[in-house]
Design a protein around this ligand. Structure first.
Ligand code: ADP
Length: 162
């Protein structure tokens, strides 16, 4: 990362996004915001990675159900990058419960469920760094310049070169 305020976020397009044909819709919302996609792949998430990723929920009664749901189809993993990426992506995604999420957010537009809520996005800079390392190795992340950055960030971050 070239800029001190640049952040990454791990995005997971969950099994319901694939089953419902919503991958393009989800990717499009991050792209049109101006965020940079620096990694993307399709995987079936292993038990080990799920235990790690959802360790904060391991004592919840719905933990086994989340794991079954996350393993029910492949997922698409994406790393996105930009200034203030974490807060911007959480707003684009919306809160956990799809039926309470504002229209215009991904969950608000496409989910009526708490569990099947289409997408995961890292909730802090610290967890983003851990999550990116959990799912991607260095060779799977790409460093390139996005030439529209001066129009996207403008006077807010004039020294950010994309
Ligand atoms: P978020 O994904 O919004 O950051 P959490 O980290 O609290 O939310 O939960 C992780 C995921 O676990 C949620 O996105 C959802 O798929 C599932 N989940 C959370 N709470 C529940 C619940 N009460 N019942 C079923 N699934 C849940």
């Amino acid at each position: 990362m070239k800029h001190s305020k640049e952040e990454r976020s791990l995005i997971i397009m969950k099994p319901d996004a694939i089953q419902r044909g919503l991958l393009g819709e989800v990717i499009r919302r991050f792209e049109r915001k101006g965020l940079k996609i620096i990694g993307m792949k399709m995987v079936r998430i292993s038990d080990v990675l799920l235990d790690d990723h959802y360790s904060h929920l391991k004592d919840k009664p719905f933990f086994a159900s989340i794991k079954n749901y996350m393993k029910s189809a492949p997922v698409v993993l994406m790393v996105i990058s930009g200034v203030n990426t974490v807060s911007a992506t959480r707003l684009i995604v919306g809160p956990t419960k799809g039926y309470e999420a504002d229209a215009g957010s991904i969950r608000g537009d496409f989910s009526l469920s708490t569990q099947a809520n289409i997408v995961h996005a890292s909730d802090s800079v610290e967890s983003a760094n851990d999550e990116v390392k959990r799912f991607f190795n260095k060779k799977e992340l790409f460093d390139y310049t996005k030439p529209d950055a001066p129009f996207i960030y403008s006077d807010s971050y004039p020294d950010f070169k994309g």
